[in-house]
Design a protein around this ligand. Structure first.
Ligand code: PMP
Length: 368
């Protein structure tokens, strides 16, 4: 293998529902494992995708013209500032391929999103992992941006990944801290502000979305996703917003036709269905609060979350996860993120959250 590859751990997707049903002999499965929108996509997005599939013999628009025009207007940026990906993971990888190389490195935080090390090492670069906030910090296990700014000054650093909010912790960084980070990081370091969960975070105290810093910081790349609040995880579409010169470099390493036609059509229709997004975000906020209270009343510690998931400390996470699977509830153990006693639980519909809480209450009664 190329240097750095053999040491990587592959991204662990959630267990497929069908496989779980067979393995554990359970039906009526509740999947709270992958931070998807439990309301599903907008019906308008589904209809648009189906219509696009009728033209499946044609290549998609490699420049995503219609989606680009719409998003440029939404974000009040020039169309050349946008770069599209097969999910925002693909955009993260484009950053790595455009700006990293052997001898260079990328800074990211301990307990940060799993794709950062994969993208970094695939480009032959080194990872500089910055210790997270301590457990008694207001954003426990979250990013320490002052320490990350410090790390960005090391020789060879070319990229920094900041997840806001972060997966799996759910923690976020406030606007002042991001502004201070951008002021401190050398201009030649590309700072990626990963805003995959931005729609869920906008009402959270201190949270500021990154668009306001684009103009003054040409080294800033924002990444956004249609997989979360827009409910299109299965179609794979995300995008970056950056200075046109940065977007141009990323575009040079992008595979042609990386976003399929159904995904482009669905994303455009999903953007237009503002009522569906508002409903998704409002239900998430209400259920995130209720789920947190429910978990805390079982005696579990829950990290503050600005996303559509919460991270809860259950102790023997492998045993609790196994008991939940037997009860037909899929969540995500996060030992691979350095949090061996914690489970990440996606906020579901009210009934789904009740099933999870009841199954966890059974675990507690059973001594787990
Ligand atoms: N960033 C973060 C922080 C995430 O949690 C995820 C989804 N797991 C992504 C990016 C990538 O999402 P997608 O590729 O589906 O857009």
């Amino acid at each position: 293998a190329a240097p750095g590859i053999a040491g990587l751990t592959p991204y662990q997707p959630g267990k497929p529902e069908g496989e779980l049903a067979r393995e554990y002999g359970v039906s009526d499965i509740v999947k709270l494992a992958s931070n998807e929108n439990p309301l599903g996509p907008s019906p308008r997005a589904l209809a648009a995708a189906q219509e696009a599939v009728a033209g499946a013999h044609r290549y998609p628009d490699g420049g995503a013209w219609a989606l680009r025009q719409h998003l440029a207007a939404v974000h009040d940026v020039a169309p050349e500032c946008l770069i599209f990906g097969n999910g925002s993971n693909d955009v993260l990888d484009l950053v790595a391929r455009a700006f990293l190389a052997p001898g260079r490195s990328a800074v990211f935080a301990e307990h940060a999103f799993a794709v950062y090390p994969i993208a970094t090492r695939s480009a032959g670069a080194e990872a500089v992992v910055v210790p997270a906030n301590p457990a008694d910090h207001p954003q426990p296990f979250g990013h320490d941006l002052a320490a990350m700014a410090e790390a960005a000054r090391r020789p060879g650093v070319a990229v920094m990944f900041v997840a806001n909010p972060n997966n799996p912790t759910g923690t976020w960084v406030d606007g002042d801290a991001v502004a201070a980070l951008l002021a401190a990081v050398p201009r030649e370091v590309i700072v990626v502000l990963d805003e995959a969960y931005v729609e869920y975070a906008l009402d959270v105290p201190g949270y500021v979305d990154g668009r306001r810093w684009l103009e003054r910081h040409p080294n800033l790349v924002l990444t956004r996703s249609f997989s979360k609040a827009y409910g299109l995880a299965g179609l794979r579409v995300g995008y970056g917003i950056a200075h046109p010169a940065v977007a141009d470099l990323m575009n040079r390493v992008r595979h042609p036709f990386n976003v399929n036609a159904a995904a482009q059509a669905a994303a455009l229709a999903a953007l237009e269905d503002e009522a569906h997004i508002a409903r998704s975000v409002a239900e998430n906020a209400a259920e995130r609060g209720r789920l947190t209270t429910g978990l805390e009343s079982l005696g579990l510690r829950v990290l503050p979350s600005a996303g559509n998931f919460v991270c809860a400390r259950v102790g023997d996470a492998a045993a609790v996860n196994e008991a939940l699977l037997r009860a037909g509830v899929i969540v995500r153990p996060v030992a691979g993120y350095g949090l061996p006693e914690w489970l990440r639980i996606t906020v579901g519909r009210p009934g789904e959250n009740d099933r999870l809480l009841a199954a966890l209450a059974d675990c507690r009664r059973g001594g787990l």
